[in-house]
Design a protein around this ligand. Structure first.
Ligand code: 4AD
Ligand code: MG
Length: 428
């Protein structure tokens, strides 16, 4: 007998004696039979304690067991109505939990968030983070499978990528640096060395937004490809999103069921995804009676109104240059438009991907830096990329939490990351 097996592997131990280690999820008695629900992180199983089949001391100990006590259980694996149960032989208490604060009754979100370190054990949070783990793996497998090279971008950065208003400043010996907002600028360098690259890591935004879509620390996956233009960029995002979403919903069916997520619309994430320009999006908004002036960025409600027109994720491209970052290339057909794109998720989830084609001409880039009041001194290395074999290139970034909130059908991004960092929360 193996020392310990995992509940996820239980099917291969039918009619055998096994040892499980885990925590008490719940228990109940019905006459002489006692039921113990145990979880071990890989799954849950019902243990059955019956007189005669189980050691006397185990039956006694059962009465003492409390929610979330840790235990070791020995017993026989039985198949019952397509389900596996454990006919318990012996029971060992590893640690007795007293007054576990999260009980099966309803708790407020703040109460639960303050106890996030324990809340992770609940079946809902467990399901969400299992789906997160799969989504991240799918995203990485996509790029790895397409011949991309993983390039890790630095976290300490000397300058802004996405605007100076959302930078976290960090003391750096006698100097200061900023926490990265995006790995993009470094990927632009790397794509001229490796052709196709991606990075995946934490990114930081000092955004004073207290919305259901904003975290101050979130994880972003960002590809960058030399010689790609805006259309190639949208093709890549489309293929990437189809692969990642389809694989996640296929491999995490059970967890999505736990969340009672209707996956019909998720399953629509297949190429081709609709592509509309910013100007066309405004026409749509106006038709819906939304008073929207050209030049502005879409707010949450605008995005929802737009998304109601589509039953799958869709692109909005060519946003006004003035509302986009300094590196965005202007549309050669219209200076006031940029070769940018966002992917908006349906069902009111809004932007999940942002990207576009980068400015590859040094003079234009210098002018943009000054327009955005960015000191070119910090961008000398970035300008070098435009001095030595400059080429058109494009990329995008997808926030894992935004995409996951949509996949899981969650109201707020705070449950999509193990330990969320938000305007008013940096603990636990
Ligand atoms: O649109 P953003 O700001 O684009 C960039 O950072 C580019 N440099 C990416 C690139 O082209 N390589 O951010 C990209 C994505 C958004 O679409 C969203 O999914 C997520 O990052 N995001 C956030 N997620 C959670 N909280 C926030 N505060 C976020 N800000 C952006
Ligand atoms: Mg954006």
């Amino acid at each position: 007998m193996k020392h310990r097996i995992y509940i996820s592997d239980i099917a291969s131990y039918k009619d055998q004696e096994v040892t499980l280690q885990g925590w008490v999820y719940n228990k109940r008695s019905s006459g002489k039979i006692k039921f113990l629900i145990i979880r071990d992180g890989t799954g849950m199983i019902q243990g059955i304690l019956a007189q005669g089949k189980c050691e006397e001391c185990a039956l006694k100990m059962f009465d003492e067991l409390t929610q979330e006590s840790s235990v070791q259980v020995k017993g026989f694996v039985r198949e019952f109505k397509n389900n596996f149960e454990l006919s318990v032989k012996s029971l060992e208490l590893i640690h007795k939990t007293l007054d576990y604060p999260i009980t099966p009754k309803e708790h407020g979100t703040d109460f639960l968030m303050d106890r996030r370190h324990l809340w992770l054990r609940s079946s809902r949070q467990h399901a969400i983070l299992k789906i997160r783990s799969e989504l991240i793996k799918a995203c990485r497998d996509y790029f790895d499978g397409q011949g991309f090279t993983l390039i890790d971008a630095p976290i300490f950065t000397p300058s802004a990528c996405e605007g100076t208003t959302t930078l976290f400043e960090v003391k750096y010996f006698d100097d200061k640096v900023y926490l990265t907002q995006s790995g993009q600028l470094y990927l632009e360098a790397a794509c001229q060395a490796f052709g196709k690259v991606y990075c995946f890591g934490p990114t930081f935004r000092a955004e004073k937004s207290k919305t259901r879509r904003h975290l101050t620390e979130f994880w972003m996956i960002e590809p960058e490809v030399a010689f790609n233009d805006l259309n190639d960029d949208m093709d890549l995002a489309e293929d990437f999103l189809e692969y990642s979403v389809q694989r996640t919903i296929k491999n995490r069916k059970k967890e999505l069921e736990t969340l009672e997520r209707d996956t019909k619309i998720l399953a629509n994430t297949k190429a081709p995804l609709p592509r509309i320009s910013y100007d066309e999006a405004i026409d749509l908004l106006k038709k819906e009676g939304v008073d929207f002036e050209w030049g502005g960025d879409f707010g949450g409600t605008d995005e929802t109104v737009l998304a109601n027109h589509f039953d799958k994720p869709f692109f909005v491209h060519r946003f006004p240059s003035a509302i986009k970052a300094f590196y965005m290339k202007e549309d050669p057909k219209s200076q006031k438009h940029s070769l940018s794109m966002d992917v908006l998720a349906p069902e009111g989830y809004g932007e999940i991907i942002g990207g576009g084609q980068r400015e590859e001409r040094i003079e234009t880039l210098l002018a943009k830096l000054s327009e955005h009041e960015l000191d070119p001194k910090y961008f000398e290395w970035y300008l070098d990329l435009r001095r030595y074999g400059s080429v058109p290139h494009a990329g995008f970034g997808m926030g894992i939490e935004r995409c996951l909130a949509w996949i899981c059908g969650l109201q707020h991004v705070r449950e999509t990351i193990p330990f969320p960092r938000m305007l008013y929360r940096t603990t636990p």
